[in-house]
Design a protein around this ligand. Structure first.
Ligand code: SAM
Ligand code: SF4
Length: 473
């Protein structure tokens, strides 16, 4: 029977110097010349230092902020391409021993309806997601002895094994509590993709206010040190995150960049993704927060993160409303979810647009549209919706994950793979309107490919149309 070893790694360091970052935030001031220099560096796809990131945070005037937005759009357009990868969160269980004051799953919330999916329920949820067209899930768990590494590994295997028609899940990511090395090893063996752990806020005093000390999550260093343990256990695909609204967003942007650089320097591998959710309404939570992040600030923080960490994907969830998602997408977001249901068992039970019942869910969703509708809109915006999972399946992870680093990689692999997976989606799941839009976009995208690659893609598209699946470059 697995028992968690709660000792920190021998070389665990607290690399977040609160006083230093506080001083940087207090000293922020606008310097247009310096901002433009930093932007130029970023457009060369060079990672920014924490100090350079602070230069961007100092920009306040609308004109200079617009230059930052424009640089983020340029990076997205010219460097990362026009793909948007789709995923869905799947809540496996909401029992939780922690008491994070912002969360609808917190232990002190006695009105919360608690449930863990049985194997049969999990299979039905996965099938319901496959019926929508999803290929990539993130499984989400509360922190509880019920959800030990063996249980998590079991649910991952069950998810991969669940297939319906042409539906299958090709990549299972995880958002769960930090584990010890052995625990991470057990999960890794089940074939997970990214392991996400959000630090929530890196500001220690604020962290302590939101996460009571008598809980596991109250241990800041256990969480901060988690990716070191994960890396030692062989997990080289990590997702960092901050829950914006707990503390000054500028502090947490600097801290998240510090964390990314720390991992890069120590292990030669930076995070695969950054997440930047804003705190949303949850059962019994007063949203009148001192550090609530406005839409305008949110846009700035996404654009600045885009410029600061060139080799890292950015995830924007359906916590944000459709309007804002539309605008922020252009700043270099690489992954979004759609058709999201947070209620345990919610995919098989509810339909798009249904009202949420907060005592069953972690927080309130901002964009409640279904997957097909969001895909239709993305297509209209000229993006290629992608369900690609090929890098992970070909072992291109960690330092080998070169999507953004190798010149030409996106054109040679990512775009063709996005086209192939979109074609599968259109054949199997799309509404007639979305299918028509998708076919038009595919035709335009194929035309942009070089001769030999174009021929290969056209050949494979024919195969998809005649029923073949899972063809990737
Ligand atoms: N229980 C694990 C943990 O806390 O790390 C993993 C899952 S937790 C359900 C996933 C994330 O949801 C948390 O890390 C937190 O950032 C976010 N979250 C919690 N309450 C939220 C709220 N009211 N609004 C937005 N996001 C929230
Ligand atoms: Fe539990 Fe995670 Fe919610 Fe905290 S954020 S109460 S750890 S589910």
């Amino acid at each position: 029977m697995y028992k968690m070893n709660t000792a920190l790694s021998a070389d665990a360091v607290d690399f977040i110097d609160d006083a230093k970052l506080e001083a940087m935030v207090a000293g922020l001031k606008e310097d247009p010349e310096a901002v433009r220099k930093v932007i130029a560096k970023s457009l060369r796809k060079e990672a920014l230092s924490v100090e350079e990131t602070a230069v961007l945070l100092g920009a306040e005037s609308p004109e200079l902020v617009e230059e930052i937005f424009e640089a983020a759009r340029t990076l997205k357009r010219d460097v990362y391409g026009n793909r948007i990868v789709f995923f869905a969160p799947l809540y496996v269980g909401n029992y939780c021993t922690n008491n994070c004051k912002y969360c609808g799953f917190r232990s002190s919330l006695h009105t919360a309806v608690r449930h863990t999916l049985s194997d049969e329920e999990l299979v039905r949820e996965v099938e319901a997601l496959e019926d929508l067209g999803h290929k990539r899930l993130i499984l989400v768990y509360g922190e509880s002895p019920k959800y030990d590494p063996e249980f998590i590994a079991h649910t991952v295997r069950k998810t991969y094994a669940t297939k319906k028609g042409n539906g299958e899940i090709r990549r299972v990511n995880i958002n769960a509590a930090p584990l010890d090395e052995e625990g991470f090893r057990i999960i890794k063996e089940a074939g997970i993709g990214t392991y996400q752990i959000f630090q929530e806020t890196y500001h220690k005093k604020t962290y302590a206010e939101w996460h009571p000390a008598n809980t596991m999550k109250g241990n800041y260093m256990w969480r901060l040190n988690a990716f070191d343990r994960a890396f030692r256990a062989g997990i080289d695909d990590m997702g960092l995150g901050v829950l914006f609204g707990l503390y000054d967003w500028r502090f947490d942007v600097l801290a998240m960049v510090t964390h990314a650089l720390y991992l890069q320097n120590k292990f030669g591998v930076g995070p695969h993704t950054l997440s930047f959710p804003r705190i949303k309404a949850a059962e019994g939570l007063d949203l009148n927060l001192k550090y609530q992040v406005s839409d305008e600030e949110y846009k700035r923080l996404v654009a600045i993160l885009r410029l600061a960490v060139p080799y890292t994907g950015l995830i924007m969830t359906a916590r944000e409303p459709a309007e804002l998602r539309r605008e922020v997408l252009a700043f270099g977001v690489s992954q979004i979810d759609a058709g999201t249901k947070l209620e345990i068992g919610g995919y098989q039970e509810k339909r798009d647009g249904d009202e949420q019942t907060l005592n069953r869910e972690q927080f309130k969703v901002g964009d409640t549209r279904g997957l097909d509708e969001v895909i239709g809109e993305i297509l209209e915006g000229g993006y290629i919706p992608s369900f690609c999972t090929s890098c992970y399946r070909l072992g291109r992870t960690g330092e080998h994950f070169m999507e953004y680093a190798i010149p030409g990689f996106i054109g040679k692999f990512c775009t063709p793979n996005a086209i192939m997976t979109l074609a599968e989606y259109l054949e199997d799941y799309a509404s007639p309107e979305t299918k028509a839009k998708g076919e038009a976009l595919i035709a335009a995208e194929v035309n942009k490919l070089d001769g030999k690659l174009r021929e290969e893609v056209l050949k494979r598209l024919e195969q998809v149309r005649s029923g073949k699946r899972d063809l990737y470059f």
